[in-house]
Design a protein around this ligand. Structure first.
Ligand code: NAP
Length: 253
């Protein structure tokens, strides 16, 4: 795709982990990519990786759960790169706790970033997509949507994202916009490293134990998820919408 024809993608939580791999992958697919994260300076590494591969990237700092910050960030992206017509809602946090210990703040923070954040970003970007007659929205769900001990907040948010995705697919389809969800299982990132640290297990041992339970006998890499996102955001994926794809190395219940 020629530079002047590049369609613009926004990837949230793209300073590291799955978001960074996705930004790099979408740039390789020919997208100009807005690398959005809480701390703009933290996006520099991903921007550098994209540019090193010959791609176009732009760093944007914003808290996806903050309406004004999201409005301003999407406007900055449109000014700097052009209308954002591909959106990957990837920003995420964990505040794991058993229900009886889960605080109001644990609940609100997780629902705020994952669910409210995806809503705010989708609402801000959809106008650009409708005007373009083209759009691709991918929301990061999780195998935890099916239920996971210690994650009442996170599993509610990730299951909520699946319903949100299907509703966007129904509402926005007539404008050439698709919405799909990618639901990873265990992916080796700082997020799973933090879980290992919280339960007092070395990250290598934690990954080995997870790999034993996964049919393909390895944990996932950020690139495994980026690959699925790239399919859903492709120009030729316009007849696939409202789907949830588990990227987990095997089937889930
Ligand atoms: P990660 O390494 O922890 O990266 C998440 C990124 O999101 C961080 O850069 C973080 O910034 C950013 N972020 C957090 N709150 C934000 C906010 N309010 N606004 C903007 N950015 C924010 O996580 P990951 O493992 O790559 O996960 C990416 C997504 O995949 C998440 O939605 C996660 O729930 C989902 N997922 C991950 C796994 C897995 O096994 N890793 C499995 C299933 C689903 P800071 O560094 O500043 O906090």
């Amino acid at each position: 795709m020629a530079r002047s024809e590049q369609r613009v993608a926004v990837v949230t939580g793209a300073a590291r982990g799955i978001g960074a791999a996705t930004a790099v992958r979408l740039a390789a697919e020919g997208r100009a990519v807005a690398v959005l994260d809480l701390d703009e300076a933290a996006c520099a590494g991903t921007v550098e990786r994209v540019r090193a591969g010959g791609g176009t990237a732009f760093a944007v700092g914003a808290d996806v759960s903050d309406t004004e910050a999201v409005t301003a960030a999407v406007a900055r992206v449109a000014d700097a790169l052009g209308p954002p017509v591909v959106l990957v809602n990837n920003a995420g946090v964990l505040r794991d706790n058993l229900l009886f210990r889960m605080t109001d703040s644990d609940w609100d923070t997780v629902l705020g970033v994952h669910l409210r954040g995806a809503f705010l970003m989708a609402r801000a970007c959809q106008k650009h997509m409708v005007d373009a007659g083209f759009g691709r929205i991918v929301n990061l769900s999780s195998s935890s949507a099916l239920g996971n001990r210690g994650q009442a907040n996170y599993s509610a948010a990730k299951a909520g994202l699946q319903g949100f995705t299907k509703t966007l697919a129904i509402e926005l389809g007539k404008f050439g916009i698709t919405a799909n969800a990618v639901a990873p299982g265990f992916i080796a990132t700082d997020m799973t490293a933090s879980t290992a640290a919280r339960v007092g297990v070395g990250f290598d041992d934690f990954q080995a134990a997870a790999a034993d339970r996964i049919p393909v006998r390895r944990v996932g890499r950020p690139e495994d998820v980026a690959n699925a996102v790239a399919f859903f955001t492709g120009e030729d994926a316009g007849f696939v919408s409202g789907q949830v794809l588990y990227v987990a190395g095997g089937p889930l219940d």
